[in-house]
Ligand binder design. Structure first.
Ligand code: 5RP
Length: 295
């Protein structure tokens, strides 16, 4: 039997109200503890933002340039990422289980680059996602695409399954060749993802009116990097996006196809987490490159 606890005086601090702090992420205050804890493993609570290193491209492109050897080209970079966005195949085969950042798992797929890309289905079971200890599942949503309804249904089913297990859902707005990439479209697609259950949304930065995309989306938005740009331009893009309300980047090719990926991801971090100006970040990139940051 435990000894009676009567020798040390107690301090109930009855005059101090219980702490009741809002969660740091937009739209996430009413989520359950497990889901918030996973989101805190994707987003850094100090800045409220994330650097997601995206290298799931192989799920429809095969061995993309810069991803031919994930063990050699990506694993040296993961210490600089808040979160990894990848497929289960690459996670199991190539990422050390000692990695403690968030895992955002590609959860939809089907057609390769050789076919109609919008024709995706859910590509994982919830048991498998739980087994892999993922923080979020990412699903492609083709608003305005030929298979729009199916892709929305993929999102809503994953959100139902994810909510049951405290796993976040990332709605990925995918823009087909026939659709215009402007603020009007991004507002529509992002808002639909949020309305239908996405915990956060990935979209593209647009030059004119991106702040209206982030303002009208009730959950956090991260931006994809898109096609490889010169490093200075990619840093400018990341800067403009976060300054206009993005909660970070989900960046792939502009990091792993950079002349020096390790220098680039460190420069991107400064823009995202420390509000570096693009020029300052590019100078850092150049310095790290000169110093021979591990590639
Ligand atoms: C590929 C993706 C990528 O994760 C996303 O587009 C980010 O990568 P990048 O910065 O190269 O555009 O969803 O299907």
């Amino acid at each position: 039997m435990a000894e009676a606890d009567d020798t040390v005086s107690k301090d109930y601090r009855a005059d101090v109200p219980a702490r009741n702090e809002p969660f740091f992420l937009k739209g996430s205050n009413h989520l359950d503890w497990g889901l918030k804890n996973r989101l805190a493993n994707i987003f850094d609570a100090r800045s409220g933002r994330t650097v997601m290193l995206a290298f799931d491209h192989g799920y429809f492109l095969g061995p993309t340039s810069g991803l031919e050897r994930v063990d050699l080209q990506i694993v040296p970079l993961i210490e600089h990422a808040d979160t990894l966005m990848l497929t289960r195949g690459i996670l199991r085969t190539s990422i050390p289980p000692t990695y403690t950042g968030g895992i955002v798992l590609r959860a939809s797929g089907g057609p390769s680059i050789l076919k109609e890309l919008s024709d995706e289905e859910i590509a994982i079971s919830i048991d498998e996602a739980v087994r892999l200890n993922v923080a979020a599942m990412a699903v492609q949503v083709f608003v305005g695409g030929e298979h729009e309804t199916r892709s929305i249904h993929n999102l809503t089913r994953l959100a139902d399954l994810g909510n049951r297990h405290g796993i976040a859902t990332l709605g990925v707005t995918a823009v087909g060749k026939e659709l215009v990439r402007d603020a009007k479209y991004m507002r529509l697609a992002s808002r639909i993802c949020a309305e239908l259950g996405a915990t956060y949304v990935k979209t593209y930065y647009v030059e004119d009116g991106f702040e209206t995309v982030t303002a009208s989306c009730p959950v956090p938005i991260v931006i994809a990097g898109g096609k490889k740009l010169p490093e200075a331009e990619a840093l400018q893009l990341a800067h403009d996006a976060v300054q206009q309300g993005a909660a970070g980047v989900d960046m792939g090719r502009n990091i792993f196809q950079s002349a020096n990926p390790a220098a680039m991801i460190q420069a991107v971090r400064k823009v995202v987490h420390e509000d570096f100006k693009p020029r300052e970040a590019y100078e850092l990139y150049q310095t790290l490159e000169k110093e021979g940051a591990e590639r």
